[in-house]
Design a protein around this ligand. Structure first.
Ligand SMILES: C[S@@+](CC[C@H](N)C(=O)[O-])C[C@H]1O[C@@H](n2cnc3c(N)ncnc32)[C@H](O)[C@@H]1O
Length: 268
């Protein structure tokens, strides 16, 4: 078998339809080489001659379908990404909720955990400074079971903490060895990591004060974006906040979200 099998137009269209059906991720024509480079390893692993054969296997094996989606989706993330959001949490959100019993947050599309851990650290710092004892409860979800497993462990390379002061690092991370650190357990305990596909609906007992869905909807088409925004709208308390990525927008959603500032919206 050659090292990089060719993909036919039909095979690419079938893969793109399958990814869209399952995850709502839209693969434009320009993603063809990405699909080939990320999926070629499965052809090698199972000794398959074509992407058509891989599609046959996927249609009978849900675990393989998840693995393929994991391979295609982009999981890039880092601590305190888009720092404006963390300033807004500390300066505006926490003072508003410091006297509540519990602050509830959902990090949707949390990848390997850097986003919800940054939120937990940011809120803990702000509450500490205000001497508030409000509880923090964070739900962190992703469609990729691989990243969820990494997130649950909370182990990262020391190099990943370059945006943080030594003070912050010492307060929230334990050193594991020369190159790695682990988030302290009192912070890990604030977060429930769960598999959740944004394609689906969610039944909630408690609604959220803040939802972050950053750099996720950018991979969705308009109708999947609309579905996701409706999900968030229904999951937020009135007056609660939605953060999206700075490269994303929610114009024309038809929902009653008020623009607060760049990449920050509020449910009316
Ligand atoms: C680029 S990462 C963004 C991580 C983080 N929110 C940030 O901004 O740094 C996008 C994440 O969205 C997840 N994702 C993509 N489609 C999804 C879906 N349908 N449901 C849930 N998560 C999804 C991917 O698995 C990936 O971990």
């Amino acid at each position: 078998m050659n090292s990089m099998a060719e993909i036919t137009e039909k095979e690419f269209n079938d893969i793109r339809a399958m990814v869209y059906r399952f995850a709502g991720i839209y693969l434009g024509d320009e993603k063809k080489s990405l699909v080939v480079s990320r999926l070629n390893k499965y052809l090698k692993k199972y000794n398959l001659r074509s992407y058509g054969k891989l599609l046959d296997m996927i249609s009978k094996d849900n675990d393989l379908l998840s693995k393929v989606i994991n391979s295609i989706s982009t999981n890039v993330t880092y601590f305190f990404r888009e720092s404006d959001h963390f300033d807004f949490i500390a300066d505006t959100i926490v003072p508003r909720f410091a006297h509540s019993e519990t602050i509830r947050i959902w990090s949707a599309g949390c990848s390997s955990g850097e986003e919800p851990y940054s939120v937990a650290i940011c809120i803990s710092e702000a509450l500490r400074k205000q001497r508030s004892h409000a509880n923090i409860k964070i739900l962190a979800t992703d469609i990729s079971t691989d990243v969820i497993k990494t997130a649950q462990k909370g182990i990262y390379k020391i190099d990943a903490l370059k945006n943080m002061s030594t003070d912050l690092i010492n307060r929230y991370f334990d050193k594991k060895d020369k190159k790695t650190v682990q988030i302290k357990s009192f912070i890990r305990q604030l977060i429930s990591f769960r598999y959740f596909n944004l394609r689906n609906n969610i039944n909630l007992y408690n609604k959220f004060d803040l939802i972050l869905c950053r750099n996720v909807m950018i991979y969705f088409d308009k109708s999947m974006q609309k579905h996701t925004l409706e999900l968030f709208y229904n999951a937020l308390k009135p007056g609660a906040y939605l953060f999206i990525g700075h490269a994303e927008s929610i114009y024309n959603s038809g929902l009653n979200f008020e623009f607060v500032k760049s990449a920050i919206y509020r449910k009316k």
